[in-house]
Design a protein around this ligand. Sequence first.
Ligand SMILES: Cc1ncc(COP(=O)(O)O)c(C=O)c1O
Length: 464
Amino acid sequence: MVSENDLAKLSYPQAPNMVTDSIPGPKGQKILEDSHKYESMARGGGGFPLVFDEGKGATIKDPDGNIYIDITAGVAVTSVGRCHPRVLEAMQSQMGRLMHASDISNTRRTELAAKVSSVMPQGLRNNCISYFTQGGSGAVETAIKFSRKITGRNQIVAFHGDYHGVWCGCGSLTTGDQYRAGYGPFIPGVIHVPYAYCYRCCFGLEYPGCDLQCAKYIDYVLNTPYTGADDVGMLIVEPQQGEGGYVVPPPEWLPMIKDACEKHGALLVADEVQAGAGRTGKMWSIEYSGVEPDMLTWGKGMGGDMPNAGLSVRKDLAEKIVESSQPNTFAGNAVAAATTITNIEILSEDNFALVNRAAELGEQIKGWLTEGAGEIRTIGDVRGRGLMVGIEMVSDKETKEPLDKDSIIKIIMGMLNRGLVMVPCGRFGNVFRFMPPLVLTTEHAQKGCEILLEAVKEIESGGA
Ligand SMILES: Cc1ncc(COP(=O)(O)O)c(C=O)c1O
């Protein structure tokens, strides 16, 4: 049982509390100007008008002293909240012992590998080996290489709207012009297929009458001689799509895809970098489907306040991976490992109480938003599981025309000015996402929903 009182102590109790007239305040403004002078704005969030100075649980303070409710968790990262006291303690005590070990065995990384294995989904649980990286992109890059080595095949199936990072390998799997235009050529042999995005079905069909044509199409792609796809070594999928718009596929979809992979000899890789670590109300979002992945990439919420990610591979498959063939200097850093171990402990204690609470709180959030959406013209869809809830904004509920960028920006500013940090996602950048730390209090969750609805209404009534 998770106590709301205990959770409240992790955050700034006074959030939201705005002390400047506008965002950014003067100190924040100066830092943003400097960042434009000295940093590449190719980074994510370069244009976002907020500067973080302190973080506590599910709240953030900027350098001008404004305190915000954090609905982003740093893009689904700080699952146990920022600067959790137990995480700090684990980090501090590890810092005095050992930090870097240059990919050579250290006590903490081995402990972490065992811990990760113990919380994997069925099929991998206590039956996998892990390869550590510093972020999700590295984990996906490694999945590409390992699948080639394991299967002797080099083609890959990935999904429209999926995001797997932007490096040359993983970026070849990611769709979206904003990440790709001008950065090619990408690696050959990648076949992109439609995701089960029922709100905007590309086949113009409606679930369940559609008979899951999108899943059947994948069976066809894995088997057709025209694309040479008999050579597909891996299919990578986000079991709940993240950057593509917080899309939840129908329950039959993943099992059908897994069957197709098994039939045609492709490995199924679950990319749980964003949806994993308890976010969707289960430790891994693929657990909703009962499908056992052959490999799983994890990151974000597992590392939390320290960069840490990895690829976990079923043991029998891993036998083909050659010793010392894929070194990575900073992998398995002992402080990052100690942090991830503590994060997993917090998430899994009391029979995954915090994760189970995420499932319940997510249902409440969807309920508040759906109720509020009744009187709002521009909320087209509210969907998601656990604390991975998407709100798709449209200019017309009938045509589903995505809400224009200007209105989205105004709504985001309206939320920021009221003390709520929110970043959008989706193919058209028109999906607001609730991806808070799992330690967000129910009170802050409700306040967050109120602020979002207020900011939307303000735009609809021609304000801001
Ligand atoms: C599903 C998924 N995979 C991979 C990545 C890449 O992770 P990173 O940015 O840590 O390299 C992301 C990042 O958002 C992601 O959402």
